[in-house]
Design a binder for this molecule. Sequence first.
Ligand code: ATP
Length: 285
Amino acid sequence: MRSSNHSSVSPIAGGAEPSTPGPEWPRLVDTEAPPACCLPLLEVEIAHKGFRDPKRGEHRVVLEQLSFSLQPGELVAILGPSGCGKTTLLQLIAGLDRGFQGDLRWNGQTEDGHPRLGYVFQNPRLLPWLSLRKNIELVLDGQSHKRRRVDDLLEAMGLIDFADMHANRLSVGMQRRGALARAFAIQPQLLLMDEPFVSLDAPTARQLRLLLLDICGRTRPSVLFVTHDLREATMLADRILFLSTSPARITSEVAVRIPRESRQREDLVERAYAAVASRFSGLYP
Ligand SMILES: Nc1ncnc2c1ncn2[C@@H]1O[C@H](COP(=O)(O)OP(=O)(O)OP(=O)(O)O)[C@@H](O)[C@H]1O
């Protein structure tokens, strides 16, 4: 299973019709997913996920017939309207919520083969009573050279001068960077990120996106991240999956063909972004 359960060029439900492809298709962006290279790290097949509405007591379907796969080393962005079920999807994949109908297959298996997993939550979730350094060392328990690894990461995040400060003394932006450092520290095989760069100032967000690409280039994790920022998705992702409103399913998919080593080129990203934005105009301005 490589592509999702949708026609690859279909518009999002309720959205604008796709415009005629421009010159960037299929050079920088394409609706054809690249051919699968090998066994997917993850195959998602969610038949049904719902919640009981706390007020009315009714069962509400949030995800339905949603499927896609993730290749080793692939960076995939998930976009969709607010409240459609993006965080819910990440939580199912992380195993934080097992109440759904469907299957998650890791390296082709449903039981074993769960990879080392990093999760950057929407809220940084650092332990307020510990220093920033201790928050990160905590996930490296028992590993040698952890101080060196933590210092390197804090340096890269521009946080080294704040390493011994309690987490609750840090600004929200600094806590976000700390949460990213904590997720990178375990060198995850799969990194799940829920709007990781939101509420950071533009230069810091750009610096961290480039850092993510740099780390991905070196350690090749698979990354699945939620964003509302189509430009960010175009800069980072190899594929962008578009979700519909609840019950969410994948309605469209775009492959971004900017080579990883050229993602820092704003001109290329801007052209690819313009092509994707024009095709899905009105939905993700
Ligand atoms: N534990 C829960 N109990 C009941 N309803 C829930 C629960 N968790 C999520 N929901 C509901 O499921 C729907 C999807 O929520 P989710 O947080 O996954 O959306 P989202 O796409 O990530 O939203 P946003 O883009 O605003 O962050 C929402 O209507 C939410 O209220």
